[in-house]
Each structure stands twice: as structure tokens, then as C-alpha cells.
Design a protein around this ligand. Sequence first.
Ligand code: NAD
Length: 349
Amino acid sequence: MRPSLRCFQSFDHHVARQKGISFIGLGRMGSEMAFNLFSKRIAEVNDSHFVVCDAFQQNAVSFCTNFKEQFPGAKVSIAQSPQEAVLASEVVVTMLPSSPQVKEVYSQANGIIPALKQLSPAQSTLCIDSTTLDVDVARSVALDVIETGAQMVDAPVSGGVTGAKAGTLSFLVGGKEYAFKTASPILAHMGKRIIYCGPSGAGLAAKICNNMVLGVEQIVIAEAMLLGQRLGLDPAVLAGVINSSTGACWSSSVNNPVPGALPEASPPCERDYDGGFATALMLKDMGLATDVGKSSGSPLPLGEAAETIYKHILEKEPELSRKDFSSVYRYLRKVAEGGKSLRLGEVSS
Ligand code: NAD
């Protein structure tokens, strides 16, 4: 039988909604976050139930199968639309790729906002969007949600798939303070640090600034690690020097792009750059930064250069798109080994 939300039909909907949590977007991050959230909530609230929803139905089915294997008595169902997910639960978490998907899930005819308009009272509903997306789109969606009487926070995350799995993410939260207070216990089931950044969109603004730093750093660490080896340095020695000197940063000490450079660790480069944070997502985040840089009149010479480099790499080697963004090193090494120079001018704008 295809799992569906129909199993809720015998419930008192108001009581059921109070105890429900819906999670929309069960990709690399969302599936791990939902697992932690649901498993900790079971221990906390009697008779809690969970609803999952994904445009790719198989993701929802796999999640339910996996969760029920670990928690055989758990009530977890699949919603066929975001509307069904909201009608079933007072807390709705979304973890989607970017702005177009958030607009669709919240605003489409069978989306979250039309469903909130059907609910009375909608004010008992809390929407948490953890997607990394455009600040203006997030603010506009939050305004529409709040207009229905519901609460909403933007709560993008830092910590990657490893942090999502371990439940140690950092949440950067934007929204009204009372919405932040309502969201905090839910976020605490998925992360360790929950930082209030300011009004709606502030969590995203902080996230975008942080990721611009990360995107730039990962490129310069790739450059330095390649340069050092060509000057005869052992990668583990060079990484050790950088990690204990003024060049120290996460891109070198945790996500070092050179196999063997961190003998005690296992960054994505040890698995041919599988897992980690996809280069395509980093390019998206650099684009979010440069767009907001332009609209706010803030010059971003390094941010723009880094965006151009990631764009160039994905045009030249599309298969790196799903690999960890530290694979920029693999590309630079290939260019160097081919005796070529980087021809960034070839990138289409
Ligand atoms: P992902 O592509 O693996 O997952 C996105 C999920 O959303 C997929 O399961 C997809 O099927 C689903 N989806 C897409 N459109 C949908 C729709 N209209 N309705 C319902 N479901 C839909 O992405 P991810 O790696 O999990 O990242 C999610 C977000 O988190 C992104 O904004 C990303 O920038 C951010 N993020 C990712 C990482 C990371 O390391 N992967 C780290 C920090 C932040």
C-alpha cells in the first residue's frame, strides 16, 4: 500500500495538529535533520506524529522505512503536498534547495500559505525554513505567512551533512523574537548552537556572509596546497604548518582538499570528494552573496572572483557539481598537470 496521510482521518484534527511536526525536503540535509528531530520529539511528547513530504516521493518513502525500522511504533506518514503537511501539523520545517523551491512550496495553490489561510486559528502554526535562499525572497514569503496569523523564522544552518547527522548544526535565526523563542526548542533537537541574528531575513544574511568567506577560503587553500607541493613540500607538513599558523581555517584544518594532508581525519577528498557540501550549492551561495552585494551597494571583489572560479569549474567539469566544493583543488591540479593556465575569460557570463 502506498503510504499516505489518509491514516490521519480518524484523528481529532485539532489535537493531532498540536502534536504533529511536518518536514518538507528530505535531501542530504533534511533527511538527517528530520531523523534527529522526530526521534528526540518521540521521547518528549506522548502520541506525537510526524509527516514528511518531498517532490521526489522515493525520498519520503525511504525516510519512513528507515525511521520505522529504528522506531517501530512511530507514527510517520507521507503528505502528497505541502498543504496536506500543514493541515496535519502545527510545526512545519522546510529544507529545500533554494529560492524557486521555497516560493513554490509556500505559495503554490496546494502550498503552505493557501493552507494556512484555510486554518482557524493559523496563529498556532510555526513555519521554520532552513533553506539557504535569497534574503528578499525569504522576507517576502515570511510576510505572507505572518499575514495569515502564523509565525515564521528563517533558520539556515551551518555544519553540513556531518553536523546534520550528529545533531550539532548551528542555526542562524531571523524573525520576531517570540517566533525565535517558539522555534528554539524544536531547533535544539537538530543543532547545538541557536543564534538569534535579528528580524526576518537576518539569519540568511549571516549565513550568506559566512558562506562567502568559506567559498573564498576553500579556493585559496587549494591554491596554497598545490603551490606548496610544487615547491616540494609534503602536503601533511604544509597542512600542519597552516593549521597552527595565521592561515588556519576550517577549509584547511577540517576540509583540507589534498588526500593524506590530514592523517587523523577523513575529509571528502579521501572519498574522491563524495559527500560534503556540493560545489553546485557553493556556487549558488556565492551567487546569493554577489546578488545581495550588488543590490546593497557593497563591493565584493573576492566574492565575485570566487563565484567566477566555481562557475568556470562547473562549466569545464560538470561532474564536480555534486562533489564537495573542495574538489576545486582537483581541478586546479589537473590544470597544473596539463601545463595549462586557468582561462577564466572563457566562462560565459
Ligand atoms: P538536496 O538537494 O539534497 O535536498 C533538497 C530536497 O528538497 C530534495 O530531496 C528534493 O527532492 C526536495 N525538493 C525540491 N523541490 C521540492 C518541492 N517543490 N517540494 C518538496 N520537496 C522538494 O539539498 P541539501 O544538500 O539537503 O541542501 C538543502 C539546503 O541546505 C540548501 O539550501 C543548501 O544550500 C543548504 N545547506 C546544505 C548543506 C550541505 O552540506 N548539503 C550545508 C548547509 C546548508
